[in-house]
Design a protein around this ligand. Structure first.
Ligand code: RP5
Length: 157
């Protein structure tokens, strides 16, 4: 059963959002990956969110670009933690997506990550860290992941 939903505004966001899916797969956390746009498919978003918690979703990761509303609108519909990943848009290199995602008015929080693939990867890791608070086996896998990543860093260039 998926514990993390990874939503993105367009199929064109998938390449940038894949690291979230990949890192969670490496940690054996099941994900539900969907294309849902806050402005192009608003009913799809409300329908999905209405059933998300009951379906077992505990964290939502939302990637969108441009005037990126997906994370904010998602957060408006749920009390589950929402992690926002700004996509690297072609016109403003993702600065538009970053500001749209991060500048939520007080009251409806979106935890916003860096632009693009590293932001997606960190959002995946952060989702795992949230779940690991109540899941000792996942915490162990997260510790192993950290150790493996540290071991990959050479002492000299
Ligand atoms: C947003 O508009 C999507 O998240 C995407 O990043 C951006 C452009 O979408 P496409 O025109 O490439 O489908 O809704």
């Amino acid at each position: 059963m998926a514990r993390v939903a990874i939503l993105m505004g367009s199929p064109n966001d998938y390449d940038e959002m894949k690291p979230a899916e990949e890192v969670l797969a490496r940690l054996s956390v099941e994900t539900d990956v969907r294309v849902i746009s806050a402005h192009r498919t608003p009913e799809r978003l409300t329908r999905f969110l209405a059933g998300a918690e009951e379906a077992g979703i505990e964290v939502l990761i939302c990637g969108a670009g441009g005037a990126a509303h997906l994370a904010g609108v998602t957060a408006a519909h749920t009390l589950l933690p929402v992690l926002g990943v700004p996509m690297q848009s072609s016109s403003l290199s993702g600065l538009d997506s970053l500001l749209s995602t991060v500048q939520m008015p007080g009251g409806i929080p979106v935890a916003t990550f860096g632009i693009g693939r590293s932001g997606a990867k960190n959002a995946g890791l952060f989702a795992a860290a949230i779940l690991a608070r109540r899941d000792p086996t996942l915490l162990k896998r997260l510790e192993e992941y950290r150790a493996q990543e540290s071991a990959r860093v050479p002492e000299r260039p």
